[in-house]
Write a protein that binds this ligand. Structure first.
Ligand SMILES: Cc1ncc(COP(=O)(O)O)c(C=O)c1O
Length: 459
């Protein structure tokens, strides 16, 4: 498809980029001799760069965000109309789209009832950590302020979110960290830590062991991704979530599910946790909430949690003394409402399930052809293929070869991802998270590119 991308006057853009921009998550030395990649246009599943080259985007804006695809005029219009009417007022006051989106969101989240707006996934997670600390101080005599997080999970970029981060390469050199965060083991069965039949239950029992070691009275929160994303696309083993829920109830530990990646359709349900019949106390979400058309994140919780912040109006410190300035930008909920309408009207959850099945079938077929694929995992349109040098020993494939596969796909015009600066020696999982509008042809084009890339890189 040629959509008439203008590329003839971008020399200045490239020069300014090289002179002044500090890009996220990348080494800059190579940019002294090569041009930075500048993405100038997007439509549907495809983006065009400054050279005019077309790419099929299999990772929704590189970090699993543009769930309803590029170039959605109806979202742009909803944002425009809202900005002209009322762009901003601090969330100490309400807004029309803020109220309407909260009602719509809560209709998809039985058992939860309160929405707190912020701007990024990290920030939404910090709200939960602050609330748990405040509940501990006000209602448990300073106990129950410690927070459990899981090895290989990621919850954001701030120092406190990194303190809850289970990815050593992401954390290295950013300490000292916030105290009171404790790690529990990951649940990836492919890299098993216990030789047992009922792996899901055993992996969850490991959380209980940590709770007993640290003292149940000290622990206020367990924070988990429903499917671990950047830590290796880890789908939970059978029985894991049932046991997690049981443990949280037993020790009165609040359960926080970080849906920043899985939220709003990515796994074929509105939220990842809804695949596993679990009932959280807190849910955070960001990326797919408005598909990147506006910056919005949400922290959603129960009436029971909310009540703990309004029980003593005479105490001037009893309420949640927190603000996110840009949580009051009305563009966020305006975009989020339209984003959700699109998912419903175009039945994108059903498409996600169908296309997710197709992606998994194709990846399993690639596994039959390429011994370097050791494991294939996924839920809906969030899928991964772990590359190994040897299937028996499961020795991870060399990171530079994994990156060569990504680069080869890019050269073919298909943007895929790979785990990156997460775990030492284990940045070896290819990641696929196309927009929820993907067609069978798109899915086949993605896996065909991977097929060719694996053949070239590993033969
Ligand atoms: C699971 C998860 N939680 C939180 C975050 C942080 O979100 P943000 O970058 O919007 O702060 C991310 C970002 O990738 C994530 O993957």
């Amino acid at each position: 498809m040629n959509i008439g991308v203008q590329t003839n006057d971008l020399t200045e853009v490239i020069e300014s980029d090289r002179a002044h921009l500090w890009h996220h998550l990348m080494q800059h030395k190579p940019l002294e001799t090569t041009d930075p990649r500048v993405i100038v246009q997007g439509k549907g599943m495809r983006v065009w760069d400054a050279t005019g080259k077309e790419h099929l985007d299999a990772v929704s804006g590189a970090v699993w965000t543009v769930n309803v695809g590029y170039g959605r005029e109806s979202i742009a219009r909803a944002v425009y109309d809202q900005l002209v009417q009322m762009n901003y007022f601090a969330q100490s006051a309400g807004s029309i789209p803020g109220s309407n989106f909260a009602r719509k969101l809560i209709s998809k989240m039985p058992g939860l009832s309160r929405v707190y707006y912020a701007n990024s996934g990290s920030e939404a997670n910090e709200k939960v950590f602050k609330m748990v600390r405040q509940i501990g101080h006000r209602h448990h005599g300073g106990k129950k302020t410690r927070i459990l997080y899981r090895e290989r999970d990621y919850h954001g970029t701030t120092i406190t979110c990194l303190s809850a981060g289970g990815q050593p390469e992401r954390n290295a050199m950013y300490g000292p960290f916030t105290p009171g965060f404790i790690e529990v083991p990951h649940c990836l069965e492919y890299r098993k830590q216990w030789d047992v039949e009922d792996y899901g239950r055993r992996a969850a029992d490991a959380i209980e062991e940590v709770i007993l070691r640290e003292g149940p009275d000290e622990i206020g929160l367990l924070c988990l991704e429903p499917v671990t994303a950047g830590g290796g696309v880890i789908t939970p083993p059978e029985g894991y979530w049932d046991r997690v829920q049981e443990i949280c109830k037993k020790y009165e530990i609040l359960l926080h599910i970080d849906e920043v990646v899985c939220g709003v359709g990515r796994t074929g349900t509105w939220f990842g946790y809804q695949n596993y019949g679990v009932q959280p106390d807190f849910v955070t979400m960001a990326k797919g909430v408005a598909s990147g058309y506006a910056a919005i994140s949400c922290m959603v919780t129960t009436e029971a949690v909310f009540e703990q912040f309004k029980d003593a109006p005479e105490d001037k410190l009893s309420y949640f003394r927190d603000i996110s300035t840009f949580g009051g930008c009305a563009s966020g909920p305006a975009a989020a409402l339209e984003n959700m309408r699109i998912i419903e009207d175009e039945d994108l959850l059903t498409n996600t399930l169908k296309m997710g099945d197709r992606m998994m079938t194709n990846l399993h077929a690639l596994m039959d052809r390429h011994r370097v694929i050791g494991d294939v995992r996924g839920k809906g349109l969030f899928c991964g293929a772990e590359l190994v040098a040897d299937r028996t020993s499961k020795e991870p494939a060399e990171e530079k070869k994994v990156q060569a596969v990504v680069a080869d796909c890019m050269a073919q015009g298909v943007i895929i991802g790979a785990t990156n600066r997460s775990l030492p020696g284990l940045n070896n999982t290819l990641c696929f998270s196309p927009a929820l509008i993907a067609t069978p042809d798109d899915i086949d084009q993605i896996t065909d590119a991977v097929d060719k890339a694996l053949t070239r890189v590993f033969s």
